[in-house]
Design a protein around this ligand. Sequence first.
Ligand SMILES: *Cc1c(COP(=O)(O)O)cnc(C)c1O
Length: 387
Amino acid sequence: MKMIKFYSSRNLRIVKGEGQYVWDDKGSKYLDLHAGHGVAFLGHNNKTVVEYLERQMSQIMTLTTAFDTPIREEMLRELDKVKTGDLDNVFLLNSGTEAVELALKTARKITGRKKVIAFKNSFHGRTFGSLAVTWNKKYREPFEPLPGPVEFLEFNNVEELKKIDESTGAVIVEPVQGEGGVIPATEEFMKELRRVTQEKGVLLIVDEVQAGFGRTGKVWAHQHFGITPDIMTAGKAIGGGFPVSATFMPDWIAEKLEEGDHGTTYGGNPMAAAAVTASVKVLLENNVPQQAWEKGQMFMRMLKESLSEFKSVREVRGLGLMIGVDLRLNPGKAIKVMQDNGVLSIKAGVTTIRFLAPFMINREDMEWTLNALRKGITETEGKISSS
Ligand SMILES: *Cc1c(COP(=O)(O)O)cnc(C)c1O
């Protein structure tokens, strides 16, 4: 059997992970700023997460939400501690795209309106509904027709928000666009988006799958902007490495959903509940959002200083530990050179190198990154000027 090649191989065989590091089969250590697309934000093999999973595994692994179980009750109590606004209801799924699907279905059911507005450079997942609100044509076009209608507006452009009207059921937005190039929303944009959607009776879905759970310096990235969504999706980091996602909503929406409107075989299974419970504990006990904020500020400052002399660096940007280095050239070569120098990173958009560091990254790790990145950019520039 062979794996279907949806991802080009990084030619690296990883056998172990701990904290911000992973090791290959030859014993070489890597700083992991790829972190499984940001999943390992609490560090690989986080002790508390592993403990909770091991204990749960020895009790019961599968149980649908039709049956009660103590670990899910514990999880709900933990989630209360990271609650945003009036989003008191949660449903667990297995992947980010599924959380988005539930959000989109909910908006359709509640408003009865079909049109959804999304933003240019957005990414919301790969299943038909999520794909329909994802900007990248390369992902979308081979699979059209997709559910719709969907209209894409320019991100961070307040004027564009005038196009949101009463025919729109939902607007879906990332508080920091991840896959699209690490682009933080502006406060003015998010505040106006909240105001307009409220005025027009449009549900605001904030997709926190990548930015959420502490990475940007707040538990939820939208908290930087002083707004509350109508529906919020979360995923990636919320299980500390275990695959789990969630859709959150207030009572007034949840009350209108009925039995059979949605469902899942695995969603909310006891292992996922254990993982989320442990992850919230880790997040709060270690002041993870605060650490992510401080380290992110430091990392971005170091990157800006260290890269100022490079003509091919357009911008260093981000929020907390969600950081992008935007180049004037294809970042593929630089990412490869960084990997050869022991630092794993990931591309975002067309020209951006993305760093999704685990929260325990330290100054030494950051210096390691700067050295590897400088080498990567130097070699890329050299290759271009000599060809
Ligand atoms: C990764 C991502 C998704 C999709 O999550 P999967 O777990 O890959 O399905 C959705 N929205 C955002 C913002 C993401 O970054």
